[in-house]
Ligand binder design. Structure first.
Ligand SMILES: Nc1ncnc2c1ncn2[C@@H]1O[C@H](COP(=O)(O)OP(=O)(O)OP(=O)(O)O)[C@@H](O)[C@H]1O
Ligand SMILES: [Mg+2]
Length: 425
């Protein structure tokens, strides 16, 4: 059994039930014995009350003894009880009935017996003994409900800790608070906090390693790339020229990957960045202009639906990364003769950039994964490292922005709509 709550509840229930059964048996027995003793006392009182031998089988002492008690008084030797019975209490079987009998000698020498069938006595005693079980029968279920409530309340800190752990953001791990935590849970919380510290240290180490490696590789790769770009390949024989062009393209891909890895590690760390006021509209126009030749070459209609100048809080390279990556994705996935519509507006305290292309969109099942580094979907289009959206997401998280991707659906329509918000200045 894995549930601590169930284990505690069942454990306590078993003990309380065992206690209840024992207490019930004991109280039933003692109440039963007391009732029997009381009935013996009643027989004595009835016999004391009689001074003359009564007519046989007369129910005795009306008003003192309940008819239900079926007490009879008769003279010894005249009815069912033999003369040989001595004075005092006896249990006697006469015919097929067993009797409890009290024998007494009267002053006139006659002897009388006050008697009651034992079956009746037992039934009366049982009835009154059962009454003593009623409080237990009510109290034990009440006790179990109270125990369940107390267990639930006692385990509430565990549920709270679970909720806090579940809500943790892997990018911003927070130590668990220790106030209002029961003493027994403190070592557990301490151990989790130590684990969080170790995880954070490992993250920082990993980020630093990637940043350092990208940084170290960047200078030689940039130098190689520059050298490769300056070589004139036009004079080479066709087969060699093709291989050389592949080498040149490969070099720029590696240089881009290193740039992306550096951006990723720069915006992954939690350090705060000083915020400047950046003209979003100017940055956007600049990147649209830079992409225009590519778009025109493929007859893509790249233009604005709405355009409101807006200034945002952030840093210029970060905003440029977001705009460049999203525009690049939209133009890359739009078909030839396709369309990419942009709109820059404000909504409340935010600038809102909307980019909508008429490409294939992203399969719904892949949407949650596109922000994972190196994820490029099941049908990757063109060159790319699958890092663009991861970098965009990290930048936005750093500057308090958000991003939402939705597929455009409709009759003979498809595409992806990306909505980015960024706090306005
Ligand atoms: N506008 C879009 N239309 C359709 N699919 C898209 C669009 N934008 C992104 N995707 C899908 O999301 C994946 C991840 O995009 P992301 O920008 O992170 O990487 P990439 O563009 O493949 O490479 P990189 O940006 O590193 O050059 C893409 O490979 C593509 O499958
Ligand atoms: Mg991309």
């Amino acid at each position: 059994m894995t549930s601590l709550r169930a284990r505690l509840f069942i454990g306590v229930t078993v003990f309380v039930a065992a206690f209840g059964v024992c207490a019930g048996i004991l109280s039933f027995r003692s109440a039963f014995d007391e009732a029997i003793e009381f009935q013996d006392g009643t027989l004595l009182q009835v016999a004391d009350f009689i001074n003359e031998p009564p007519v046989r089988h007369v129910p005795s002492a009306p008003g003192q003894v309940d008819d239900e008690a079926q007490i009879i008084v008769e003279e010894l030797g005249q009815g069912r009880f033999p003369l040989s019975l001595t004075d005092g209490l006896h249990t006697v079987t006469a015919g097929d009935t067993t009797w409890r009998v009290f024998v007494r000698s009267l002053p006139n020498g006659k002897r009388i017996a006050a008697a009651q069938p034992t079956a009746v006595r037992d039934e009366l005693a049982r009835d009154s003994a059962i009454q003593t079980l009623l409080p237990l029968a009510v109290l034990i279920p009440c006790l179990m409900i109270l125990v369940a409530i107390v267990i639930r309340l006692s385990l509430q800190p565990v549920s709270l800790l679970t909720e806090r752990l579940d809500a943790q953001d892997v990018d911003h791990l927070l130590r668990l608070p220790k106030d209002n935590i029961p003493k027994e849970l403190q070592p557990f919380v301490d151990a989790i906090n130590r684990l969080i510290d170790r995880l954070e240290a490992a993250f920082i180490h990993q980020q630093r390693f990637i940043a350092d490696a990208a940084h170290e590789l960047r200078s030689p790769v940039t130098a190689l790339s520059l050298q490769v770009q300056t070589i004139d390949s036009s004079a080479l024989p066709p087969a060699q020229k093709q291989r050389f062009d592949e080498l040149r393209a490969g070099m720029s891909r590696v240089a881009r990957l290193l740039d992306q890895l550096l951006s990723l590690s720069r915006y992954e760390s939690v350090q705060s960045t000083p915020l400047d006021a950046i003209p979003f509209d100017a940055v956007l126009k600049e990147h649209v202009a830079a992409l225009m030749p590519d778009a025109e070459a493929r007859h893509i209609d790249l233009g604005f639906r709405q355009f409101h100048p807006v200034t945002v809080k952030g840093d210029a390279p970060a905003l440029a990364i977001v705009v460049r990556n999203l525009l690049d994705n939209a133009v890359r996935h739009a078909p030839d003769h396709g369309q990419v519509d942009l709109s820059l507006t404000t909504s409340g305290p935010n600038a809102v950039l909307e980019i909508e292309d008429n490409g294939p969109g992203i399969p719904e099942g892949e949407l949650p994964r596109v922000f994972e580094p190196f994820f490029r979907g099941t049908h990757p289009t063109g060159d790319g490292n699958g890092l663009g959206l991861s970098i965009v997401q990290r930048v936005l998280a750093r500057f308090g922005g958000t991003i939402e991707l939705t597929n455009v659906t409709g009759v003979s329509r498809s595409g992806l709509r990306v909505v980015v918000t960024w706090p306005a200045a």
